[in-house]
Write a protein that binds this ligand. Structure first.
Ligand SMILES: Nc1ncnc2c1ncn2[C@@H]1O[C@H](COP(=O)(O)OP(=O)(O)OP(=O)(O)O)[C@@H](O)[C@H]1O
Ligand SMILES: [Mg+2]
Length: 258
């Protein structure tokens, strides 16, 4: 069985004045997979995402999302996607529940209240739901932002640095959400600075550098780009844990035996 790719980019270019940001990006994301787009600050990740979401026009090349051309079929593209941008797009003056109900209404869902309550429960936000978002922590806002982008279950989801600034617990929660979505067949393109995030979440990883995709593949495929691992002997300083166990662990055991 062959399914057409969810995202297909060919020769995409974009410049600002004299500076070329994208110099011919080629990338294919199969439907139902998670792709992590890696790149240094300023590499053009957000630019790429914005072009794919029809928020920005490319100078050249083509891109299709869910089979629709971003340049000539922007309305169909927008109907197929959802974007959680690099900076949270929640309304601080509304409560968490009101934010969700608003988006569900904008998407013309039959029962906005129930949609909101389901998502609040799924993201563990029910207790805070009635409080203004201005009183929420960064991690809670991020989860709400992602929850809002899931309303209407779009087939393709863009997450621009979904876990930047989150504490480890919130990061794990976002990871679990992405994995759950991928399990349901949603295609996810996420950008990240965290290599461990890409390792954990992505089926495939693409590296954007100097305007082009310089490497693309599964983690195992990318590892093969490096020479085989060599064994090195290094002098290892004891960690705090080693020191702790050495001074406490031994004593404790003696003490309990006495
Ligand atoms: N509207 C604009 N006008 C001029 N230059 C821009 C504009 N938007 C982006 N750029 C430049 O394009 C380059 C790519 O920016 P982009 O935001 O896509 O990078 P990024 O990979 O998302 O970086 P980060 O990791 O910091 O989010 C940067 O050099 C940026 O300064
Ligand atoms: Mg960015």
């Amino acid at each position: 069985m062959t399914t057409s790719p969810a995202i297909e980019i060919a020769g995409l270019t974009k410049s600002y004045g004299d500076s070329t940001v994208l110099g011919g990006v080629d990338l294919t994301v199969p439907a139902g997979t998670v792709l992590a787009l890696l790149g240094s600050n300023g590499a053009g990740k957000t630019t790429t995402v914005r072009i794919l979401c029809t928020l920005l026009r490319a100078d050249g090349g083509t891109a299709t999302v869910n089979g629709y051309d971003v340049a000539t079929q922007p309305a169909q593209v927008r109907g197929s996607i959802s974007l959680t941008g690099q900076f949270a797009a929640v309304d601080e003056l509304l409560t968490g529940r009101e934010n969700l109900v608003l988006v569900a209404q904008l998407r013309h869902l039959p029962d906005p209240g129930r949609t909101a309550d389901d998502l609040l429960a799924r993201f563990d936000l029910t207790d805070a739901a009635g409080r203004r978002v201005s009183t929420w922590s960064g991690g809670m806002r991020r989860r709400l932002d992602i929850a809002m982008s899931l309303i209407g279950e779009p087939p393709v989801l863009f997450l621009d640095e979904p876990t930047t600034g989150l504490d480890p617990q919130s990061r794990l929660e976002v990871w679990a959400t992405v994995r759950e979505l991928a399990g349901r067949g949603t295609t996810v393109l996420l950008t990240t600075q965290y290599l461990d995030e890409a390792e954990h979440l992505a089926d495939r990883i693409a590296v954007l550098h100097q305007g082009r995709i310089i490497a693309e593949g599964s983690l195992a495929e990318l590892r093969q780009l490096l020479p085989p691992a060599t064994v090195e002997y290094v002098e290892k300083q004891p960690s705090l844990e080693d020191v702790f166990l050495a001074i406490v662990g031994g004593d404790q055991q003696e003490g309990t035996q006495r």
